[in-house]
Design a protein around this ligand. Structure first.
Ligand code: GDP
Length: 390
C-alpha cells in the first residue's frame, strides 16, 4: 500500500525513522509522505531519514512548552497541538493525499506529546481526509511507573476511538535483559519497523514483475477495517548468504524441518510467526480477522503452503476472515512471514496498564488533597485568628 506516515512525539518519530531506514535497505516504497511533529526541538533534530522540511515544532510559543517538550503532561501535549493546529494543517497540505491509500500515525502513549497531541492530529486528519487513519502506538513498560501507565490508558481510549485500526506494541513484552534502555529501544524500534513495513508494503512491487498472487492493498485494508486493536507476528529465515546464489540451503531443509516439502516449510514459517513474540501479546483466538503475507523470492513461495497456512490460522484464530497472499521480492536474502491479527480483544497487558493507571490516578488525587491541606496548615495559625491581607 501507499502510506502517508506521521510520527508524533519522540518515540513516534523514531519509529517512522526506522521504517524509512528499513524501506531504503530493502528497496521498498511504502512511505510516500512523511512528517514528524514534536514539542521538543532537540528531539526533532534526531531522525536520520526524515527530511528537514518535514519536521514540525509545536508549542514553541506555548507558556509551558517553549520548544522544550511538555514534560510528560498529556493535557499540555493536547493543548499545544490544538494551539498550533493551523501549522499542523499547513504541513498536511503538502501531502498529495490522492497518492496514498491510508495514513499511519505513530506515537508512544506513555509520554506527553505523542499521547496528548497524537489524538488531536488524528482528529484533524479524519476531518480533512476520507482515507483510513491507522494508529501505531507504543504501550509503556510496567517498570516505567504509574504516570506513563496513566497517560497510556487515557490516550489509548482516544486513539482507539478515533482511528480505523490501532496496531499496538508492548514495551514490556519486548524488554530484554542486559541492555540499557536506549539499546533496548533501538532494537525494539527496528523489530517493529520490520514488521510494519513488511506487512504494509506487501504487494507494492515493481510493476514489471509477474505477480499473480501478490497481496493487494485492499485486502490489507479490509483486514484492518475493524476499528479495534491489532497485533503482529513475524518470523523469517535466511535463504542465501552473501555472494551465494543458493536456494539450496532452504530447499535442503536446513532452515526449517528437514525433508519437509516447500508447502510444509511455508506453513511451518507461518506457524512460527503466530507463535512468536507478538507486538502485543494476546489470545490469538480472540482475533476478529487475520491476514498472512509471505515475503521473499517468488520461486520459494508455495501456493499450497500459503493456503494450508491460511487454513491453519483460520482454526487458530477461530475466524473465517483470514486473507493470505504473497509479496514477491526476487532479491531478498530471506523468506519472511508476517501475520496481522486484527481486533484482538483478549490482551492482559492492556488490563494491567489500566489497573496501574487507576492506582496512579488515585494516588495523584490523594497527594494533591494532602498537599493543599498541608499548605493550609502551614500558613494559618493554630486558632485561625489571622486573616490574609487581600
Ligand atoms: P513524548 O515525546 O512526550 O511523546 O514522549 P516519548 O516518545 O519520549 O516517550 C513516550 C513513551 O514512549 C515512553 O513512556 C516509553 O514507553 C516509550 N518510548 C520512548 N522512546 C521509545 C523508543 O525509542 N522505542 C520504544 N519502543 N518506546 C519508546
Amino acid at each position: 500500500m501507499k502510506l502517508a506516515t506521521i510520527g508524533v512525539g519522540n518515540a513516534g518519530s523514531k519509529i517512522i525513522d526506522r521504517m524509512l531506514e528499513f524501506e531504503e535497505e530493502t528497496g521498498r516504497n511504502l512511505c510516500r509522505h512523511v512528517l514528524v511533529i514534536n514539542s521538543a526541538r532537540t528531539d526533532l533534530a534526531k531522525p536520520d531519514y526524515v527530511p528537514e522540511d518535514r519536521r514540525v515544532l509545536i508549542g514553541d510559543t506555548h507558556q509551558k512548552a517553549k520548544g522544550h517538550g511538555v514534560g510528560g503532561d498529556v493535557e499540555v501535549g493536547a493543548e499545544v497541538a490544538k494551539h498550533d493546529i493551523d501549522e499542523i494543517r499547513r504541513a498536511f497540505d503538502d501531502v498529495e493525499i490522492h497518492e496514498v491509500d491510508a495514513i499511519l500515525v505513530a506515537a508512544g502513549l506513555g509520554g506527553g506529546t505523542g499521547s496528548g497531541a497524537g489524538p488531536v492530529v488524528i482528529d484533524e486528519l479524519q476531518k480533512m481526509y476520507d482515507e483510513p487513519v491507522y494508529g501505531l502506538g507504543i504501550l509503556p513498560g510496567e517498570y516505567e511507573g504509574g504516570r506513563p501507565a496513566l497517560n497510556a490508558a487515557r490516550s489509548l481510549q482516544s486513539f482507539v476511538r478515533k482511528v480505523d485500526n490501532f496496531i499496538a506494541f508492548d514495551n514490556d513484552a519486548w524488554r530484554a535483559r542486559g541492555q540499557t534502555i536506549e539499546e533496548g529501544y533501538e532494537q525494539m524500534n527496528r523489530e517493529l519497523a520490520i514488521r510494519i513495513v513488511t506487512l504494509l508494503a506487501a504487494g507494492e512491487i515493481d510493476e514489471s514483475e509477474v505477480a499473480e498472487n501478490a497481496m493487494d492493498s485492499s485486502d490489507i485494508m479490509r483486514t484492518l477495517d475493524t476499528d479495534g486493536v491489532s497485533s503482529i507476528g513475524y518470523a523469517s529465515t535466511a535463504i542465501r548468504e552473501e555472494g551465494e546464489g543458493l536456494l539450496d540451503r532452504f530447499r535442503n531443509g536446513e532452515e526449517l524441518e528437514a525433508g519437509a516439502t516447500d508447502a510444509a516449510k511455508i506453513k511451518g514459517l507461518v506457524r512460527r510467526a503466530v507463535n512468536s513474540r507478538l507486538t502485543l501479546p494476546c489470545e490469538v483466538s480472540s482475533a476478529d480477522r487475520a491476514l498472512v503475507v509471505l515475503s521473499g523470492p517468488p520461486e520459494l513461495i508455495s501456493r499450497k503452503g500459503i493456503e494450508s497456512a491460511r487454513q491453519w490460522i483460520e482454526q487458530e484464530a477461530d475466524t473465517v476472515e483470514v486473507m493470505a497472499g504473497d509479496d514477491p521480492r526476487p532479491n531478498s536474502p530471506e523468506l519472511a512471514a508476517v501475520v496481522l491479527l486484527s481486533n484482538v480483544t483478549e490482551t492482559p497487558r492492556i488490563k494491567d496498564i489500566q489497573s496501574q493507571a487507576v492506582d496512579a490516578q488515585d494516588k495523584i488525587e490523594e497527594l494533591e488533597a494532602v498537599r493543599e491541606e498541608e499548605i493550609n496548615d502551614l500558613i494559618t495559625d493554630d486558632d485561625d485568628k489571622l486573616d490574609p491581607v487581600v
